[in-house]
Ligand binder design. Structure first.
Ligand code: ADP
Ligand code: MG
Length: 416
């Protein structure tokens, strides 16, 4: 039996009052009848029988009404809890003492909470999402609503961003009673914005620099040509190394410019369904030593993409791993793992090298960021551009047991 609502209590009170009234009436009637003498005894008995029937009828009606009210209260309570349970947004209600009153299943799913988070202080319950707790605290403190604020949860947590609305609830006297916090997972939206921003930035950079690089390459080709015309054999001995130097440098610079143009020029994608595993296997073919060092495992699926560019991207990732291991004189063990999750294929490239240096971590994907004496720092910039132009995401970090990990996510082909 659920607790009675105010209407329920009113009805019960009413029933008791009517009952008392009736008892008083009956007592008065009985007294009157006995005073009037025996001659009217049979008549009065008929009257009181009618009276008691009417009474019973009234009581039955009242009971029925009370049952109906209780049923209505129960139904509305059930509807309220169905709404809370069924909300796709996370819901956390905090009472004025700062304790969690309600957590709906969506909130549990999004934040990884269970029933143990109820009835404890909200800061403790939301210890995994302190930024969300901050927003609730702010709303409680100011007694003012917070509408659709985007909150970054920080770290590597999933979700990474929440859209949060907090409404403080006050009683008729304006005294704060509770705060109702509704939130949704905005990770996908924020990632999409970031991707778009990156795409635009890359396109702008490409436009700006492609023309310059072109000019540069033409000049370089001319110097390289003259260098080839110089015949070292016809020069006095001391000058010969200079010619070799000019040739070697112009060749190396030519490569940088070609790579930079590849990075900078607006990408024309030749889109077709591409088997990701096959692309990776072919990417390894151009790398000396890769066959013995690299394992390809897991599930890869098909993406819509440009197989030349994708091959180039995976070639660059594995090349970096091989170079890192070689620099550390570690026999390379590289694992390329595929995993199909929802509408994406996720690929990780793990190596057993020294891992990403602290100074490299923040600038990995920026053009010309390199820690290698002869590096160009264009490899990962190109990889990122290729992945982003395939509507994918790339990130990197160090594995707990050392070694670097590159993570690529590509949307699976619509036709797959
Ligand atoms: N697998 C890896 N292990 C360690 N460091 C790496 C790895 N991959 C990339 N890096 C770091 O990222 C930098 C940038 O890489 P990249 O853009 O390919 O340019 P480059 O290879 O010419 O240096 C490298 O200089 C290196 O410091
Ligand atoms: Mg590289």
């Amino acid at each position: 039996m659920p607790p009675l609502t105010i209407a329920g209590y009113a009805l019960v009170g009413l029933t008791i009052m009517v009952a008392i009234l009736l008892v008083v009436v009956i007592v008065m009637l009985v007294k009157a009848a006995s005073g009037r003498g025996l001659s009217r005894k049979s008549e009065s008995r008929g009257e009181s029988a009618m009276l008691s029937m009417a009474l019973q009828e009234a009581v039955t009606k009242l009971k029925a009404q009370e049952r109906a009210t209780a049923a209505r209260a129960e139904a509305s309570e059930r509807l309220a809890s169905q709404i809370v349970e069924g909300l796709t947004s996370g819901l956390v209600v905090v009472d004025r003492a700062g304790r969690v009153q309600t957590i709906n299943p969506a909130a549990g799913r999004i934040l990884g909470l269970d029933e143990t988070a109820v009835s404890i202080p909200f800061r403790d319950a939301l210890s995994k999402a302190p930024a969300l707790a901050d927003v609730i605290a702010e709303a409680l403190e100011d007694s003012a609503p917070i509408l659709r604020r985007t909150v970054a949860l920080g770290g590597t947590s999933k979700p990474s961003h929440l859209g949060v609305t907090v409404s403080p609830i006050s009683d008729a006297n304006g005294v704060l009673q509770a705060a109702v916090c509704l939130f949704t997972d905005l990770t996908a939206v924020v990632e999409l914005e970031e991707q778009l921003r990156l795409k635009e930035a890359l396109a702008r950079l490409g436009e700006l620099t492609a023309g310059l690089a072109h000019e540069f390459r033409n000049g370089l080709a001319t110097i390289h040509g003259y260098g080839r015309l110089l015949d070292p054999a016809a020069l006095p001995e001391p000058y010969r190394p200079y010619v070799e130097g000019i040739r070697a440098e112009t060749t190396a610079l030519g490569e940088v410019v070609t790579n930079f143009l590849r990075f900078a020029k607006p990408e024309q994608l030749a889109m077709a369904p591409v088997d990701v595993r096959a692309v990776i296997v072919r990417a390894l073919e151009d790398l000396p030593g890769a066959a013995a060092a690299v394992t390809v495992e897991g599930e890869f699926s098909v993406v819509d993409g440009d197989d030349v560019l994708l091959r180039h991207a995976f070639n660059n990732l594995v090349r970096n791993s091989l170079e890192a291991c070689a620099a550390a004189a570690t026999p390379p063990r590289i694992v390329v793992r595929g995993q199909v999750v929802d509408r994406d294929v996720r690929i990780t490239v793990d190596d057993n090298g020294p891992g990403l240096a602290a100074e490299a971590l923040n600038r990995l994907f920026q053009p010309f960021a390199t820690t290698k004496p002869t590096g160009t720092g264009l490899g990962l910039a190109i990889v990122q551009k290729v992945i982003v132009s395939h509507n994918g995401v790339i990130s990197a970090g160090n594995r707990p047991d050392g070694g670097a990990q590159f993570r690529v996510r590509l949307p699976r082909s619509k036709s797959a």
